[in-house]
Design a binder for this molecule. Sequence first.
Ligand SMILES: NC(=O)c1ccc[n+]([C@@H]2O[C@H](COP(=O)([O-])OP(=O)(O)OC[C@H]3O[C@@H](n4cnc5c(N)ncnc54)[C@H](OP(=O)(O)O)[C@@H]3O)[C@@H](O)[C@H]2O)c1
Length: 430
Amino acid sequence: MSEPLKVAIAGLGNVGVGVVKILQQHRELIADRTGREIAITAVSARSRNSNRGVDLSNYTWVDNAADLAQMDDVDIVVEAIGGEDGIALELAQNALKNSKSFVTANKAMVAHHGALLADLAQDNNVALRFEAAVAGGIPIIKAIGEGLAANQLSLVYGIMNGTTNYMLSQMEATGKSYDEILEETDALGYLEADPALDLDGIDAAHKLAILSSVAFGTKTDFDNVYIEGIRAIETVDIAYGKELGYRIKLLGITKYENGTLSQRVHPVMIDRELPIARVMDGFNALVVDGDYIDRTFYQGRGAGEGPTASAIVADIIDIARGHNGAAFFKPSHKLVDAQSVTINERQGAYYVRLHVEDHAGVIADITTSLKDANVSVETMLQKGTERDGTVYVIMTTHETRETAMKDALNRINELSSVIENPLSIRIEKL
Ligand SMILES: NC(=O)c1ccc[n+]([C@@H]2O[C@H](COP(=O)([O-])OP(=O)(O)OC[C@H]3O[C@@H](n4cnc5c(N)ncnc54)[C@H](OP(=O)(O)O)[C@@H]3O)[C@@H](O)[C@H]2O)c1
């Protein structure tokens, strides 16, 4: 067997400890598969004295994680700290500059600085890998970059945030409100330290920006991802969606056509019978379309210690096998600046929920507003009067432009009988 591959791990929380566990427990299995021993040589985290439930006594403890980038007996730095900038980015840049391969689970950092890091890896002839940053339990980056490498890809979409998928699933299963389910989800420890990352779709957008680059060879462009989260979804929408044959999912959708890139994360209503509509609870799922494969579908756990660490160790094994090809599967100078398509250019149908006073003429006013905005209604349901004399009006529209729908909603919102902001959800035919 050749020389052991020496690994340093920065960050010993859920993910970092998961990596230590796999490398300890599957040491022989991995060495057999790789033809090379993988040895942890150094570790770093904030507090040296925490009991992390794993034996770290054989590894050099380093107080300042940034120092791992300079150590002689380190071939690969694994970063499991987090944050788009700060220590994680400093470590990434220094490790790559010092010709050490770099493996990370940090989706925020790769979404914001992917192109820069890919350049550094290429200039220094080392590997940059981030399978764990996108749906850890699903080897989607490898699937796209290797298994599907013969294809021109055109569309990637999926459920990229397990926490919000869990919440929407629980709202449907229990009929409980968004606020109740949010409280329960928080108690289970499923939310990110900053819950906005989950609830406002930012975490999913980080992953989508990475997938766009991997799939289409474009430069990571997080700033042009349209992002909307799930905070406005209520149990009534889930129930009315069901009556109409739809299920609500928070999807990330990225499309590349003729040099233009459309990236968006928002709740959608989709046919309940679609395979992706049946993916419930904490699972992630991804769909990739290519010219010679038609459609492929992947499902698995997107987060948690095990799936995330499994993806990191797979990346380490890849490097141990001598693979140090381009991070985005193309030389970094060939990554293109795609022209970005805004959400205003979307064309499609919409679900709309209005909460209005229940008196004569209200429906006529709504219909006039829609007509004036050139939006035509496909179905309209009026749901029984509430005790306070208000009523829900639920509509779906025919295909229309996003700008027309926004115009219609602004007009409707100005009607005195409308008592809360209208909610619209895009209906996607996928
Ligand atoms: N958890 C998941 O399911 C998951 C899934 C996919 C991707 N990720 C990504 O993986 C990364 C780590 O996530 P995690 O869940 O493992 O986080 P975590 O449990 O909060 O662990 C973070 C670790 O980083 C250490 N740390 C913080 N600041 C540091 C600093 N300045 N210098 C050195 N170490 C520092 C902490 O040290 P102490 O322990 O001493 O405080 C801790 O060990 C993030 O980028 C996250 O987005 C996580």
